[in-house]
Design a protein around this ligand. Structure first.
Ligand SMILES: [Zn+2]
Length: 121
């Protein structure tokens, strides 16, 4: 499963239990020793170096840059990929949405929540 390929995350048994129950969402960090960083500008959260969207879905810095950080271009933004191009953009999102009907026809189920768009290159 490509979504959980960071070894440290998988090595933690608590996290494995968490994965079983709640696929692809952010762990509650209250009783786990996770390093947590939050961007005060866009609200993005890094847990042990993994970026998550505010919705709790795993994300990539470059996509965050294209969708949020490059738009706001704020000094306060802590995204290391801010200003870089090549990630997800609203134009790409729009193209994806326009093609969503076709994709759903092919796959049978909506795949939006499974993160196929943000996790695959
Ligand atoms: Zn930011």
């Amino acid at each position: 499963m490509s979504c959980f390929n960071d070894v440290e995350f998988l090595a933690n048994k608590a996290n494995l239990e968490f994965i079983d129950h709640s696929f692809h969402t952010m762990p509650d960090s209250s009783d786990l020793s996770l390093e947590r960083k939050e961007c005060s500008k866009c609200g993005a959260v890094w847990l042990n170096g993994q970026l998550y969207w505010a919705t709790g879905v795993k994300a990539k810095e470059l996509d965050l840059a294209g969708l949020v950080c490059n738009q706001t271009d704020s000094e306060e933004c802590i995204n290391s990929k801010k200003g870089q191009k090549g990630g997800d953009t609203w134009e790409k999102r729009l193209m994806f949405l326009n093609n969503l009907d076709k994709i759903m026809e092919q796959r049978g189920t909506p795949m939006w929540d499974a993160g196929i768009y943000t996790d695959e290159n």
